[in-house]
Design a protein around this ligand. Structure first.
Ligand SMILES: Cc1ncc(COP(=O)(O)O)c(C=O)c1O
Length: 361
């Protein structure tokens, strides 16, 4: 909706200039196959559903009383699963909120924060929101992050690993090079997709006092509807995040989300089985799409980034949409011939492949 400048006079001047993030659409189409927002195709652990039901069943005050502002039981569950101390864990309402607090806590500096030219599109939005100086570092011609670009003067560094929407992962040796080259700046590793085959930098947290790792329950734990994200870092960095959080919203995680996320972290076996299924389906889909002439970047995520030399990507996205299949298309320089496709179940992926064969290619 747009308004005349007369109506906009009530808005704070800087809000008039904001360019907000545009989330992937959640359309209501019958028989829709939604492969556009990297949600998990499987439900969360049955123990998660039971835990949510138990919140209401066991506690008549569940809705009347505020939740624990520190979400201590959730931090404990995450600390145990990640093998860190509880004072090394921060939780927020989705990793988007955790990222916002990270920007506020560490990235308002005189020098520019460095991140890739092709990466998660919320970083530029937060950069504008928090008046963060930034410098975008081009990925190389293979769409990889070249860590030697991250040694120049900066006010902080963001590396998405695996990167999105390109799906390519860096090894921990590369991450360590960035950490060592920037001892006086916070290096944020956004690991939203790490559980689908990449190496987590959480194992480095005790070694590097400048490292913050951010993860989410939205993808690998099938809890996008719950909104629980978390950060792992040494306690001096967590303390800054707590200060920011308690200056913004003291109760970001509600009782249902706390109970559900705890149950998810306690059901490690289910988590590992589901991640493995997605990884296997990904490899299968990559080989099917390659056989159809697509070029697919090497993915360690629950999505792939693919281009077809003979078919325009925007047109492909539209033709798939006409058949009830939604994938993500970014009309942006360098990647406007690529499609980002979320990994579905084997049946869903087969529908995509069959549709491409019969109606599109
Ligand atoms: C790289 C990256 N980071 C963070 C997020 C935010 O995830 P959430 O707010 O659901 O935890 C996303 C979501 O798509 C993402 O792609």
């Amino acid at each position: 909706m747009t308004f005349t400048s007369d109506k906009m006079r009530f808005w704070s001047p800087e809000v008039r200039e904001l360019e907000p993030y545009v989330p992937g659409e959640q359309p209501k189409i019958q028989n829709l196959l939604k492969l556009n927002t990297n949600e998990n195709p499987y439900p969360p652990s049955p123990k998660v559903v039971a835990a949510v039901q138990a919140v209401l069943a066991n506690n008549a005050d569940a809705l009347r009383l505020y939740p624990d502002p520190d979400a201590t039981v959730l931090k404990q569950a995450i600390a145990q699963q990640q093998n860190v101390n509880i004072d090394q864990v921060f939780v927020g309402n989705g990793s988007d909120e955790v990222l916002a607090h990270i920007f506020k806590a560490f990235f308002i500096q005189k020098e520019p924060v460095l991140y890739a030219d092709i990466t998660y599109s919320f970083y530029p939005v937060y950069s504008q929101f928090f008046s963060t100086q930034t410098k975008q570092i081009p990925l190389n011609e293979k769409f990889e992050i070249d860590v030697s670009d991250y040694t120049q003067e900066n006010g902080g560094i963001i590396i998405t690993n695996p990167n999105a929407p390109t799906s390519i992962a860096l090894g921990l040796d590369q991450i360590e090079r960035v950490l060592k080259a920037n001892p006086d700046r916070v290096v944020l590793i956004d690991e939203a997709y790490v559980d689908f085959g990449a190496e987590s930098a959480v194992s480095l947290v005790n070694q590097y006092e400048n490292l913050v790792v951010c993860q989410t329950t939205s993808k690998s734990r099938s809890l996008a509807g719950l909104r629980v994200g978390f950060a792992i870092a040494q306690s001096h960095l967590i303390a800054a995040l707590e200060a920011v959080k308690n200056s913004f919203n003291s109760y970001p995680i509600d009782r249902f989300a706390i109970a559900a996320a705890v149950a998810s972290f306690e059901d490690q076996e289910y988590f590992e089985t589901q991640c493995q299924k997605v990884i296997e389906s990904r490899e299968h889909l990559v080989s099917d799409l390659t056989a159809l002439g697509f070029e697919v970047l090497p993915s360690k995520a629950n999505f792939i980034f693919a281009t077809h030399p003979q078919h325009d990507a925007a047109l492909l996205a539209q033709q798939l949409r006409d058949q009830g299949i939604i994938v993500r298309y970014f009309n942006k320089p360098r990647i406007n011939q690529y499609l980002r496709i979320t990994i579905g179940t084997d049946e869903q992926n087969q529908r995509l492949v069959d549709t491409l064969k019969t109606h599109v290619l």
